[in-house]
Design a binder for this molecule. Structure first.
Ligand SMILES: [Mg+2]
Length: 263
């Protein structure tokens, strides 16, 4: 009888485990793990479903080093960046950043800073990418530089809102961009015409930064700021390479960008 009780107890312990293992069983094919897979086995999810999953994976950095928008998602990315969802996603990020910023006790010694990236963070190059298939093709750097020299990219409204709120709280703003030093004048001109004023520093890539990935370049610049006594309370960027690497800001805020990835 004691043996029967033990066998029954073992059954009730193992049975739920077996059921949950069946429910969570993953498909064995590698396509499930692909970064930007266009070749799903049946049942194939509709594009609206698949592309939302792809976008979530991109925004959370699960996608890692991705290179272009999956062909079946190009139209949906276009709809997203032109629509209410992108605006609302950006607004929620800005609101969360502001909520955090309000909790910080500033010393008002000029060393409390917030770092912003520039492209697709403070200003939008959507007009340029409209002509480039929303960057579903491989990026054309020369075409982008010609566009940047025009200095007519508009502000991303919720970034401008956050920028002004942070200045109102007493933060010093530092702009850290992958643009080249040779583009300083046009970048400043564009930022000012978009409504940004009174930043403390604008850091661009110079010759000593040649060959560095964005993550290496931006990390090294943050290290330089920390060495000068700046306290980096927050950082906002549309790329994970704006935010990751040591030293990091105390809090980082990822602004959505499903159009392109910069390592
Ligand atoms: Mg950017």
């Amino acid at each position: 009888m004691q043996l029967l009780n033990r066998l029954l107890a073992l059954f009730f312990i193992l049975a739920p485990t077996t059921v949950s293992q069946n429910l969570l069983e993953l498909p064995s094919d590698d396509s499930f793990l692909s970064h930007y897979d266009d070749d799903w086995e049946d049942p194939k999810p509709p594009n609206t479903v698949y592309c939302e999953s792809w976008r979530l994976s991109v925004e959370t950095n699960n996608a890692g080093d991705w290179h272009k928008i999956p062909h079946r998602c190009t139209d949906l990315v276009k709809e997203y960046v032109n629509g209410q969802q992108y605006a609302t996603d950006s607004k929620v990020v800005a609101r969360h950043a502001q909520s955090y910023a309000k909790t910080i006790a500033l010393r008002h010694d000029g060393k409390d800073v917030w770092i912003f990236d520039v492209d697709e963070t403070l200003i939008s190059n959507l007009q340029h990418y409209t002509t480039d298939g929303y960057r579903s093709k491989v990026d054309n750097e020369t075409a982008f530089e010609q566009w940047a020299l025009l200095a007519k990219a508009p502000a991303l409204p919720w970034s401008l809102w956050l920028y002004k709120k942070l200045q109102g709280l007493g933060f010093n703003i530092i702009l850290l961009t992958g643009r080249k030093e040779t583009h300083r004048n046009s970048t400043e001109q564009n930022l000012i015409s978009a409504g940004y004023h009174s930043w403390k520093k604008l850091i661009l890539r110079d010759l000593t930064d040649t060959g560095k990935s964005a993550k290496e370049y931006k990390s090294s610049k943050r290290a330089g700021l920390v060495a000068k006594g700046y306290r980096i309370h927050g950082s906002s960027g549309d790329q994970w390479s704006d935010l990751l690497g040591q030293p990091q800001a105390k809090r980082s805020f990822k602004i959505p960008n499903p159009m392109y990835h910069i390592p």
